[in-house]
Ligand binder design. Structure first.
Ligand code: C5P
Length: 410
């Protein structure tokens, strides 16, 4: 797990209750620590029957807290009183898994163990991920407690439906680590540099149908677009992700609009940018599409098959026309994937499409561009500025692009 800029040195209290799902919380504590967060784990007594505190201590590299009555607490916390020391200066308190018993305590303000007193003492956002078996989550008592917490401003993570530890199928599963981290990022991002701004990001290679089973596409996977959308969520933006990417997991905190062809992407983009602060056009849009789509599967016949292609609309040109009329989106960022004459071609596009920024990508290298997790780009701006970002993760490039967009909007 790579470092996540938003999580670096943030103090997260992970409070775990007695549910079999506590094994997933071990992975969460480990991944958060690897991402750069300082994770302090509180365990209820029941949680310790499922997993030994030593396990959490080993993955977080920090003391684990469970006893309300112990005087010395260690870990360099701001106070020697355990629940005060834990709560003070924490950025987030997450209860995962949250059992029906702990939910009831939190809803009613009980304070009879370290977890419940710390929740009362903490002024930071509270994120609660319930997990329980056998339909308990549907019980009116549990739902009422969840409502009460929600009304009081707690953030809740919807449990997933699937196989439960009992062998039953139903709602109540704790989501997997990437989803949990997605929720943490969304909440830590609230109030960030881009809060109040709607950002539209496109991702993936478009698919241009030939017949009912075939299409023309390209090698774009959508990874860079998704990384930009995640960076925008981290900065507190309202993110709409218009994507033709097929295999990437959904991003927590983004509104996903699924598209396939350039035409469908064009329609979605023009509708979404009408009230957007910025458009970041990271998608690899096909320049051509088959002139006609065969209603039946094209049969194998002659040695040669002629496939007439026609030009697709240029989405950024259409955005340019709309922006000239309405002023929206305020900022437009384009991409240029080039296999030769990178800078000349890129600055030509910046001018022709009237972009605020253009991210130029040399796709001739194997460690940058399509499909891989790393990239190497040059960011050009309207004033002739050129900023080279050497080989780094697509996540880091996403953070840099979002910072530049934030600067332009400020
Ligand atoms: O001209 P070129 O296709 O190389 O420009 C790349 C930029 O234009 C990218 O930001 C891409 O998303 C966008 N594009 C577009 N509509 C097209 C083709 C590309 O908006 N039909």
């Amino acid at each position: 797990m790579a470092e996540i800029a938003l999580l670096k040195d943030r103090r997260i209290i992970l409070a775990v209750c007695g549910s079999i799902a506590v094994y997933k919380a071990v992975d969460l504590a480990s991944k958060l620590t690897q991402a750069g967060a300082q994770v302090d784990v509180i365990m209820t007594e029941a949680a310790q029957r499922f997993v030994h505190p030593l396990t959490f201590q080993a993955v977080s590299g920090r003391p684990v807290y469970s006893d309300m009555w112990r005087a010395e607490i260690g870990g360099g916390l701001p106070s020697h009183i355990a629940h005060i020391g834990l709560a003070e200066g924490a950025d987030l308190l997450m209860v995962a898994p949250a059992t029906a018993n702990t939910l009831a305590k939190l809803a009613h303000g009980f304070a009879d163990d370290l977890l419940s007193v710390t929740v009362l003492a903490a002024g930071c956002p509270l994120l609660v991920a319930p997990a329980m078996d056998g339909g308990m989550i549907e019980h009116r008592a549990v739902q009422d407690n969840l409502d009460m917490l929600r009304q009081r401003g707690a953030h809740l993570i919807e449990p997933e439906t699937g196989r439960l530890a009992s062998g039953l199928t139903g709602g109540g599963r704790l989501p997997e680590t990437p989803t949990l981290i997605g929720h943490i990022r969304r909440i830590l991002g609230l109030g960030g540099e881009l809060s109040g701004h709607k950002l539209v990001v496109t991702a993936g290679g478009t698919r241009e149908a030939l017949d009912p089973v075939r299409y023309l596409s390209n090698r774009s996977t959508g990874k860079q677009g998704f990384a930009i959308a995640q960076a925008a969520i981290d900065a507190g933006a309202d993110v709409v992700l218009i994507s033709s990417a097929e295999v990437l997991p959904p991003l927590v905190g983004a509104t996903l609009v699924d598209v396939d062809s350039a035409q469908s992407m064009l329609e979605a983009v023009l509708a979404q940018v009408a009230d957007a602060s910025a458009l970041i056009m990271a998608a690899a849009v096909a320049d051509y599409r088959p002139r006609s789509v065969s209603q039946q599967k094209i049969k194998k016949a002659d040695e040669w098959l002629n496939l007439p292609l026609e030009r697709n609309p240029d989405i950024l040109m259409a955005v340019k026309a709309q922006r000239e009329k309405t002023g929206y989106p305020k900022i437009v960022v384009g991409f240029a994937a080039e296999s030769e004459n990178l800078l000349e071609n890129a600055s030509g596009k910046l001018q022709a499409k009237r972009l605020d920024l253009l991210v130029a990508n040399d796709i001739s290298a194997s460690d940058a561009g399509f499909a891989v997790d790393t990239n190497r780009v040059v960011v050009l701006d309207m004033d002739g500025g050129m900023h080279t970002i050497d080989l780094t993760s697509k996540a880091a490039i996403g953070d840099t692009i979002i910072k530049r967009v934030g600067g332009l909007l400020a």
